[in-house]
Structures are given as structure tokens and as C-alpha cells.
Design a protein around this ligand. Sequence first.
Ligand SMILES: *Cc1c(COP(=O)(O)O)cnc(C)c1O
Length: 344
Amino acid sequence: MQSIDLRSDTITQPTPEMREAMYSAELGDDVYGEDPTVNRLEAVAAQVLGKEAGLFTASGTMGNLIAIMTHTNPGDEIFLDAGAHIYYYEVGGLSRVAGLVPHLIEGDRGLIRRHQLEQAVRPDNIHFPEPKLLCMENTHNRAGGRVLPHDEVLATTELAKQLGLRLHLDGARLFNAVAASSQAPAVLAAPFDSIMICLSKGLAAPMGSVLVGSTKFIAKARKIRKMLGGGMRQAGVAAAAGLWALEHMTDRLADDHERARSLGSGLTAIPGLSLLQPVETNMLYIQITVPGWNAEKLVAAWEERGVRSNAVAGDAIRLVTHWEIDDAQIQSVVAITKEILGAA
Ligand SMILES: *Cc1c(COP(=O)(O)O)cnc(C)c1O
């Protein structure tokens, strides 16, 4: 039985063309700055996002950590939404490694509004840490793959700049926001000093992220990457897949969004299943209120029939679409679910 794996877009295998690109990549020692493929990936990412320079990192977590360390000094205050991946899912690196004081803001479904930032940033006082950095996330993972409304982002980031804060965007899935909003990547990136994008999520590369920013910022970030053990050698073998992903996989993300919406409407037509968040991109969070059922039980019943998912709470399951999921599989999941829950 072939499984229908909706646990995450990170489970995607590289495409055959990516493997070809990896095989034939021109390589060099990237710590010497001599890997032409890494250099090309960094330049293309910077150009697409409208920044001066880029830095290839092993993962999104590493890219975010390098970014926040480059922007701050230990002891500084960093402002984030309470559900931010950097706070919630990155093993506390912002405190343990970067030495920062997180100031969490309960955003509006992942969005820190201007007035919330205004209330959070305190005036200069001998007792307080230095307010230094605001991080935002687009699309927002824990807010259901939400696309942050661009005018709201502009309002908040404009204030942040007035307050002297630096700005970092966790854009692990920025290209999903691009596909859903029809705004150019450089437009969504423009309010921020630095942006991290993941190549290994919906873009399906086997590994890697790129951090972009000014030439000066990236020079400092490159040194911090080395300190963290992230200086790699013939890394072009991985960058080649990422470059192919960046050039060929972004335009098709709208198909994943369409399939997520169609899965959402199919599943919510079943009594006892509802959406916790509107489906805006390739993620759906389903709530189950069928008597005698909970998330774990549905995940297990699906698993027996080859459908893979992640329970995220006692009554909630996350499903993510990606390039290996087609329309027929979406229909199968709906049919299987009806059968399991006796709604067929
Ligand atoms: C996946 C993800 C990351 C981290 O990327 P890894 O490559 O898994 O370390 C960062 N931010 C968001 C929003 C993510 O979804």
C-alpha cells in the first residue's frame, strides 16, 4: 500500500531533476568561498528577495539562530509572537545560544499588530534589557499556514523602525505567502532587514535554507555560521538541489493550496470534523468532535489505511499538502475518512 503522507511538506523527496542537478553540480570549498553552486544559490536568493547578499545554512533553525545572533548582543530583548517557530520549536536556542530575553506578544492569529508592539516596547530605563529585534513569521506555521496581511505588516514594521528595532522575517514558507497573495517575494521581504527561507519544505530540496540581508549583515552572519559549526565544504552538492527548487518549485505551490482547500471542504463535510483555522496555504488544522473519537485515534485509524498525519492536540490534527500529493489522493483521504467515521 502506497502511503499518503500529509505529516509535513518536509517529507518530500527531491525531484529527479534535483538529483541530476546535484550530480552534475560544480563544487569547491565553500569555507574559502569557492563553491560556485553555493555562490549562485546565495546570489539568486538575495536577488529574488531584493537584498544584497545571501548565506546558505544547513537548516531553517540555523538560519534563524544566525540571524538573531547577528542582529543582537546577549542580554538584548527580542519581540516575537507567542506562537513563533523561533520561540516555540527551536529548542530555546534564542536564550541558550543567543542569550536573548524573549518578549512574547499574543498576536492576532500570528500577527503582531502595531498597537501591540507599541505597548510591548518600553521606554529606556536602567532596569530593562535593550529592545533590539522584532521577528515575524510568514506564512505563520502555528496560525495554520496563515499569510500575514501585508498592510498590517507594514504598519507594525514601520513602528518597529521608528523605535530603533531591527527586523527579521522567518520566511520558512515565504513562497507559500507569495503564491497565496500574488505579491512579489521582494515586496513581502522589503520591510525586513533579514529573511530566512527554507528550501526543504514545500520546495522539496533535501536540505538547506538561505538567510539574506545587506552585504555587511551577511559578512557578520557568515562568521557566526562558522562559529556554530555550519561552515560546509563542497556544499554545492546540496545547494544545487536548492537552486533548482528555487527556480522551479515556487510557481506550483498554488496547486498545494488548492488541494489543501479541497481536502478541507471534503473533510469538514463529515459531521464532527471542522477547521480550526481557515485554509490559506498548504496546511490544515482539523478539529475532531465525533463522540468516542480523539485526534490520536483518528491518526491511528488513518495510519492503518496508509494516511499519515500529526496530532497536534487532544482534538486537533495537522495535515500538509505538497508536490507528492495529487487530486486522487485528496479524494481517497476524504473517502477513507468517511468510511472510518461511519459517514459513508
Ligand atoms: C520548518 C520551519 C523552520 C525551521 O526549519 P528547519 O529546517 O526545520 O530547521 C523555521 N520556521 C518555520 C516557520 C518553519 O516552519
